[in-house]
Design a protein. Structure first.
Length: 178
């Protein structure tokens, strides 16, 4: 059991924080688009939605993600125009990022003949792997005030995404956000 636990634990979250930044002024966060992995185009949406769900669960005041994307399209904004976006949305910071790894779990069936000549099957499972880089941007200055990266794996992609996002959000504790 210990071997299985060791196999499926992710690497430690790597993060950096802007020195001297007052994180207590961040009260409301907009989760913007995460760029997806080229093989799984919707992986960015899946990761961003997981951030929203876990942040709300932890008590953060989060702006509706679809409203953020709609406003960017309606106002023909560049998603890097953080100051305008922040004012229009009434948020203090924007969370965005990219998905660097996203491989879904897979099962393969192998057929073989046993020593009695009977055909048998066996299933081999591969692990799902997810890697995410995230940035928290102050809308007033446009500066990145927190950035982090985490990779994790699990038996299925949904759990791998959950583990990665949870690890990233755990690093918020060190900056005393909330």
């Amino acid at each position: 059991m210990l071997i299985i636990a060791l196999l499926f634990t992710g690497c430690a979250v790597r993060y950096s924080v802007k020195k001297g930044y007052d994180f207590t002024k961040i009260k409301r966060i907009a989760v913007c688009e995460f760029s997806g992995n080229s093989v799984f185009a919707n992986s960015g949406d899946i990761v961003a939605d997981e951030f929203v769900m876990q942040m709300i669960d932890k008590g953060y005041n989060v702006m509706e993600r679809n409203k953020v994307n709609l406003l960017i399209r309606e106002r023909n904004l560049d998603s890097s125009d953080y100051s305008r976006l922040g004012k229009l949305l009434g948020v203090d910071a924007i969370l965005t990022g990219s998905v660097s790894k996203y491989s879904e779990d897979a099962g393969r069936t192998f057929y073989y003949t046993d020593s009695s000549g009977n055909t048998r099957t066996d299933v081999s499972m591969s692990r799902a792997v997810v890697g995410v880089s995230a940035r928290l941007i102050d809308v007033n200055t446009g500066e990145i005030v927190w950035t982090a990266r985490n990779d994790d794996e699990a038996f299925d992609v949904a759990n791998a995404v959950t583990f990665v996002v949870a690890g990233l959000l755990d690093s918020f504790k060190t900056i005393k956000l909330q």
